[in-house]
Design a protein around this ligand. Structure first.
Ligand SMILES: [Zn+2]
Length: 401
């Protein structure tokens, strides 16, 4: 192909994607409005709309209000024109779902992990995908995986996932050859961040967002100008293994005093058990063998001093870590999600107080710290949405010449 022809083709694809993305962003929209928002000519928009209609990705859904002249025809995305599969491997069960283009979950298959790892854990992934890919959802255009651990997304390799005992696992390659579909692999906190960004509260498409997932471990996903920022080694947002306490508890990563050892859901259970003998005045401490996350949530709401202690310590260190993020990135929307949100507004306020205390006052004041809205679904939706955000071409059956 001649260079000029190649450029022409690129422009055409760029315009097509821009028009599609604009229609994506609105419930319904007219061609004139698409032209106004994209700054493309009406002729270009009409051509692109024609090809999108041809692909069945959009449809005409009636008339908008006339502003003088003829009432404009409204366009809308056909949510069920394509399907994606998203997997969340970061729970105590593996969950896979078929998702449509509006992020609606159509079908789900899940299996408990029960501590299995290595090849067995991989078999479990196959089991879920074998089932989902055999069901009636067509056309399937891709598979997105949210996995714990350090991931090289470009190579599709899980570099290291301690809990699953996966090292240098070429997951994307394995799944691509088995299912003959494009596959992307993301760290689960990064996938969760994309899910909250695209399908959670409505954020402008070019905005910034940090989403911190606090479960057994702690990780963050960072979006800058609406795109996932992974850093040079794919580990951007790995705040859980930054040491915050000298001589602290031994972490599963081998260091002592990581944020995870004091602020995660796992940590507060461990700390409540080990501090129980020091708390005569605590109901929770009376039966250390019954201490679980549920028990601590209930005790915390009832004002139990031991629960208060471990939860407020957890909030303190998390807030201080968030203050560092605020200082480095100055991103004003920060979302918290995962098991710890069960401690509710009181915990959120403690995290806020600690952040305010440790960050530059003005920057902390301008930072919104809120709960996510999608829970575990954020990871599934984000893993599936990621490949679309990176490459709309997946949606097209005909290559434009
Ligand atoms: Zn660690």
């Amino acid at each position: 192909m001649s260079p000029r022809k190649a450029t022409h083709q690129q422009t055409k694809i760029h315009n097509r994607d821009l028009v599609l993305k604009t229609i994506f962003d609105y419930e319904t929209i007219s061609r004139a409005e698409v032209a106004r928002l994209t700054k493309l000519t009406r002729t270009t928009v009409s051509d692109m709309v024609a090809s999108l209609l041809d692909e069945g990705l959009i449809e005409e859904v009636g008339f908008g209000e006339s502003i003088g002249g003829k009432a404009p025809i409204l366009l809308s995305l056909v949510a069920d024109s394509r399907y994606l599969i998203g997997l969340n491997l970061a729970q105590d069960k593996f969950i896979g779902s078929v998702v449509n283009l509006r992020g609606e979950i159509k079908d789900t298959v899940e299996f408990p992990v029960n501590g299995c790892d290595g090849k067995q854990a991989l078999q479990l992934v196959y089991k879920i995908l074998d089932q989902l890919t055999k069901r009636e959802w067509r056309p399937l255009v891709g598979i997105g995986i949210g996995t714990p651990g350090l991931v090289n997304t470009r190579a599709g390799v899980v570099v290291n996932a301690v809990n699953l005992d996966w090292q240098h696992l070429p997951l994307a390659h394995l799944l691509e050859s088995r299912y003959n579909l494009p596959v992307t692999v993301l760290n689960d906190s990064q996938a969760t961040a994309i899910g909250e960004f695209v399908y959670g509260s409505s954020y402008p498409s070019e905005s910034n967002l940090v989403v911190i997932t606090i479960k057994h471990g702690i990780g963050a996903g960072v979006l800058i100008n609406g795109r996932l920022f992974q850093g040079d080694g794919g580990g951007a947002g790995e705040i859980g293994h930054v040491v915050v306490q000298e001589n602290g508890t031994l972490c599963r990563c081998g260091q002592h005093g990581c944020l995870e050892t004091i602020s995660s859901a796992w940590a507060i259970v461990q700390r409540a058990i080990s501090l129980a003998p020091e708390y005569d005045n605590s109901e929770l401490a009376k039966n250390p063998e019954n201490i679980s996350l549920d028990a601590i949530v209930n005790a915390y709401q009832a004002g139990d001093p031991l629960a208060e202690k471990v939860v407020s310590d957890a909030a303190h260190y998390l807030g201080a870590s968030i203050a560092s993020l605020v200082g480095i990135l100055n991103i004003q929307n920060i979302v918290l999600t995962g098991d710890m949100v069960r401690f509710g507004q009181m915990w959120l306020q403690s995290v806020r107080d600690a952040m305010n205390h440790a960050a530059l006052t003005k920057m902390a004041q301008d930072t919104q710290l809120e709960f996510g809205t999608l829970e575990f679904k954020a990871c599934i939706l984000g893993a599936s949405a990621f490949m679309l955000l990176e490459n709309y071409s997946l949606l097209f059956t005909q290559t434009s010449e």
